[in-house]
Design a protein around this ligand. Structure first.
Ligand code: FUB
Length: 363
């Protein structure tokens, strides 16, 4: 396990409501800029490995980030994400925002998962009764994404995978939310390479559409949600649709690419309301919608974040130290889609409960 302090050389420090959040300059002392010359809002949490898809959790006051571990594989980029060839997971740990980040050892490798063949994509984690659960998507030997679960007594792992994926699971990007009553729900799914559009009949269709339903004037494909069994390792019910409504109460349409769900579900609760947030993929927004219960429907409210550098971003929203934080990723370190780095910035609510849109660049 390695601990790496944040670089503070020539640091600019942003004061976000009292706590100093370090914004790191490069080793040269020059402030890092995007290829277009824009200044980044925040800096990568770690630099010794590439990381993406951060799902942050607070366990016993410490922050753990369950993320994809990006690697530089040989596969050319395509629209189905074949270039995301991740093989293992490594958990990040920090005592607080702005504190040193520990990069854990391999927490789970694809070779340790009997059913999985490749592409260990965006994971999430949960804790119940002293056991930590790592949820992860991977392709099986038929090339179908399924969602697996692995357990550990430590939040850093190593995790031991169940021999089979979760029964009835498909697609990608699991996010497990535990409500105040202790009941847990998994949100999941993604279109295009995430294969939601190839799972509309209950069976994976390898010859299905490459993108979506290809029906722009029909309701868009939705994320899915299923309550978890008390043991946290299976679905307690058939997954349901996570319906997002527009301001008129109508489901968002497939052609509404700036607003419709693409991938990267996350659920958090704020002042008794349920906030379902997600990525719009090909239009690169992080959006959110608010509902009155974990199943929705949810009403579309706006952008959590504007597009970052890089094709994808994927996020989580977590409360730490009585303030709210957005974990996300961009490609600052590599400027390559497949080699991302996770970041964090503070998230603020307006008095009416809407989220103040975050620009990942400083004006
Ligand atoms: O990291 C691989 C995939 O890219 C994730 O599963 C998606 O959410 C997107 O970030």
């Amino acid at each position: 396990m390695r601990t790496r302090p944040l670089l503070f050389a020539a640091a600019a420090t942003l004061f976000a409501g009292g706590i100093a959040v370090a914004q790191t300059a490069g080793r040269s002392g020059q402030e890092p800029r995007s290829p277009e010359g824009r200044r980044y809002l925040s800096q990568p949490l770690v630099r010794e490995i590439y990381t993406a898809d951060p799902s942050a959790h607070v366990f016993d006051g410490k922050i753990y980030v369950y993320n994809s571990h990006d690697i530089d594989g040989p596969t050319p980029e395509d629209d189905l994400g074949a270039h995301f060839e991740m093989r293992d997971y490594r958990v990040l740990k920090m005592d607080g925002i702005g504190k040193p980040v520990t990069v854990g050892p391999v927490a789970l490798d694809v070779k340790q998962v009997p059913w999985a063949d490749r592409q260990m994509w965006a994971p999430d984690a949960a804790r119940k009764n002293g056991t930590y659960f790592l949820y992860f998507p991977a392709k099986d030997r038929q090339g179908a994404f399924r969602i697996g679960v692995a357990t550990s007594k430590s939040p850093m792992g190593p995790f031991k995978a169940n021999p089979q994926p979760i029964k009835g699971s498909f697609s990608i990007d699991p996010a497990v939310f535990t409500d105040d009553d202790g009941k847990a729900y998994m949100y999941f799914g993604g279109i295009w390479g995430g294969q939601l559009q190839r799972n509309t009949t209950g069976t994976y269709d390898p010859n299905g559409s490459k993108t979506d339903l290809q029906a722009d004037d029909k309701p868009a494909l939705t994320a899915k949600v299923a309550a978890m069994t008390p043991g946290m390792t299976e679905f307690a019910e058939k997954p349901r649709d996570v319906v997002i409504l527009d301001e008129a109460g109508k489901p968002l349409l497939g052609g509404d690419h700036d607003r419709r769900f693409f991938e990267a579900s996350w659920m958090h609760k704020y002042k008794g309301k349920y906030y379902f947030s997600y990525s719009t993929g090909d239009t690169h927004f992080l959006n959110y919608a608010i509902g009155d219960n974990p199943y929705g429907p949810f009403t579309y409210k706006g952008h959590v974040m504007l597009p970052v550098q890089g094709w994808t971003t994927h996020h989580s929203i977590v409360e730490w130290n009585k303030r709210w934080w957005l974990f996300y990723a961009d490609t600052q370190l590599s400027n390559q889609t497949r080699l991302r780095n996770v970041k964090v910035t503070e998230l603020f609510y307006n008095p009416d409960g809407t989220i103040r849109t975050i620009d990942p660049f400083v004006k």
